[in-house]
Design a protein around this ligand. Structure first.
Ligand code: ADA
Length: 565
């Protein structure tokens, strides 16, 4: 799925859809030997080998092989939008790079001579926290092996323009700042010729470059604001000698003022879903049509908000959110790291900083993204782990001062990290995990639990004057399962819970947003979780994994439409 930005002048090396494939069951990524591979299968990329019939559920190292031809020596870049869990890249048997960062945009730069070359991408899907500390066995979504997001191989100019990041100065008037990120042999200055919205006429700007960066201010002709109802988009095309880029952006402001989240100066109420990149046929490598279909369903229920749980999103998906006016919370990959040792592991800390930095670098121009998140349900109650919240918030504010920061806290009342949040978010599960009573339906206990959390926040100086989002709440329902008790696991219980939660959020001005857990059922089931999640799925989807609506979809549609009017 191709996506913005576009580099029109660069020579893109055509790679086949179908690659030779070898599989080394149970093999660790460090033990992988490119010379020992026997290629018995053909698999397509992007794709997850363990979502395929032949390798369903298998753990080990898969190796994809292809050839490409160059008629001159070239500096090349292999860009992988997101993969899992580890990869090693080889050109002609020589390793050119590796990564242990799942769902993270990666660039591998290397030099190749004229001639035919063999490219190998080895991918491993065995969880090993010591090697890839962002992903542990307990994570509540399946660790697929493959390239999840789009990828390409392109020739890099000697001096190139990597990105042109657009920031808002006066969006209604079309006044923007543009930060250029250059690479290669970078001179002290260069002429940038630019135009907006495919206009034929270009403006020349002499750009001073320091540390690879340049900056200009410009005014978009005929500016139209981006709003969820009318998501108008603009493009910026920039040319330098030997390279060009087209970026897409939207003119809109997003800010936190007191307890409000303001979009273009107007307070927002957010109502929507958490969503995993998952489909039973594709694993985590979704084709564009699935992304679009999901967004159409999300919009059909009246939602305006998606939390991209729990990792950087597919750029193609974000392009669609820009076009459809869906507001997005994008977050770094981390899930439930609660042990102080794990949170203080230098490898984990570094991977968090790298992952979030790469996410912002890739996603910054999407107008749909209105907040950055990180560290889902991690340790936020001990002194040492809390330092990572400080580092991440400071880094994000420095990289992108124009978006608020949040993180989804566990439902408990001893957090010490509120000062690092611009928006306070909590994952709460009243009516599901607790309270457990003699009565098997506890819908009537949801409101007191939520109110209890609001009172808790009101008592904390660093939280009480900030916006508050319920970042997860929901109940599991097995598709098609109904009984007269309307108890847990029935479609009816999930629907009743959703109706009550939407009423509480809708009637309460103190709650700025709601992300229902979750959009659709998602495969999980590694380790002990398989015993607690029927079918090996997290069944809290409002739709099942094939996107069939459960009973909740109807009441949610009514509720969202009522309160988002
Ligand atoms: C957590 C977690 C989700 C999911 C959810 C659940 O809040 O953030 O990823 O595991 O619980 O279904 O229990």
């Amino acid at each position: 799925m191709s996506h913005y930005p576009f580099y029109e002048k660069r020579n893109q090396i055509i790679l086949p859809a179908s690659w030779d494939f070898s599989f080394n069951r149970n093999q660790d990524i460090d033990a992988f030997d490119p010379a020992a591979q026997i290629f018995t299968d053909h698999l397509t990329l992007p794709g997850c080998f363990d979502a395929m019939e032949q390798f369903a559920g298998a753990k080990g190292t898969g190796c994809y092989k292809s050839t490409f031809r160059l008629d001159h020596p070239a500096k090349l870049r292999l860009h992988i939008g997101g993969m899992g869990l580890y990869c090693r890249i080889y050109c002609d048997g020589k390793e050119i790079g590796r990564s242990n960062m799942p769902f993270t945009p990666l660039n591998f730069d290397f030099q190749a001579d004229a001639g035919v070359h063999t490219l190998m991408i080895a991918i491993n899907n065995i969880c090993n926290e010591a090697k890839a500390p962002q992903f542990q066995l307990a994570v509540d979504f399946y660790a697929f092996g493959g390239i999840y997001y789009s990828f390409y191989l392109m020739e890099m100019p000697d001096f190139y323009i990597d990105r042109a990041y657009v920031s808002m100065i006066d969006p209604a008037a079309g006044k923007i700042g543009v930060t250029f990120q250059f690479g290669g042999n970078v001179p002290d200055e260069t002429t940038v010729r630019y135009s907006f919205d495919n206009a034929a006429e270009e403006t020349a700007f002499l750009c001073k470059i320091r540390d690879g960066k340049g900056y200009m201010e410009a005014t978009v002709p005929n500016p139209v604001l981006w709003t969820p109802d009318a998501p108008a988009l603009h493009t910026l095309h920039c040319e330098i000698e030997g390279d060009s880029i087209t970026e897409r952006f939207g003119l809109r402001s997003i800010e936190v003022k007191g307890r409000d989240i303001l979009l273009n100066g107007t307070p927002l109420k957010l109502m929507g879903y958490n969503r995993h990149e998952h489909h039973p046929d594709f694993g985590a490598a979704l084709p564009g049509i699935i992304h679009l279909n999901d967004l159409m369903l999300i919009k059909k229920t009246g939602a305006n908000f998606v939390r991209g749980s729990h990792y950087p999103q597919n750029q193609g998906f974000l392009d669609l959110c820009d076009e459809l006016g869906i507001l997005v919370w994008e977050e770094g990959l981390a899930w439930g790291k609660q042990s102080p040792e794990g949170m203080c592991d230098p490898l984990f800390i570094q991977s968090q900083l790298d992952n979030v930095r790469a996410m912002i670098g890739e996603s910054r121009n999407h107008p749909s993204i209105i907040m950055w998140g990180y560290l889902n349900e991690c340790n936020s109650f001990d002194e040492e782990p809390a330092k990572l919240y400080k580092s991440l918030t400071e880094m994000i504010h420095q990289l992108d001062p124009q978006r608020p920061v949040t993180f989804a806290l566990l439902g408990r009342k001893d957090h010490i990290v509120f000062e690092y949040a611009d928006i306070v978010s909590m994952n709460l599960y009243p009516g599901w995990y607790d309270p457990l009573e003699e009565e098997i339906r506890t819908i009537h206990l949801i409101e007191p639990v939520i109110k209890g959390y609001m009172e808790y926040l009101d008592g904390i100086p660093a939280a009480k004057d900030k916006p508050f989002i319920i970042s997860e709440i929901g109940a599991a329902a097995l598709y098609g399962y109904k009984d007269r008790f309307r108890a847990r696991w029935t479609e009816g219980y999930q629907a009743d819970l959703a109706e009550e939660v939407i009423r509480i959020v809708g009637e309460n001005d103190r709650i700025n947003g709601l992300a229902i857990w979750m959009f659709c059922d998602t495969r999980t089931g590694m380790q002990g979780r398989i015993l607690h999640r029927p079918r090996g799925y997290n069944n809290k989807g409002v739709f099942d994994e094939h996107r069939n609506p459960k009973e909740a979809a109807g009441v949610i549609t009514q509720g969202f439409k009522k309160y988002l009017k």
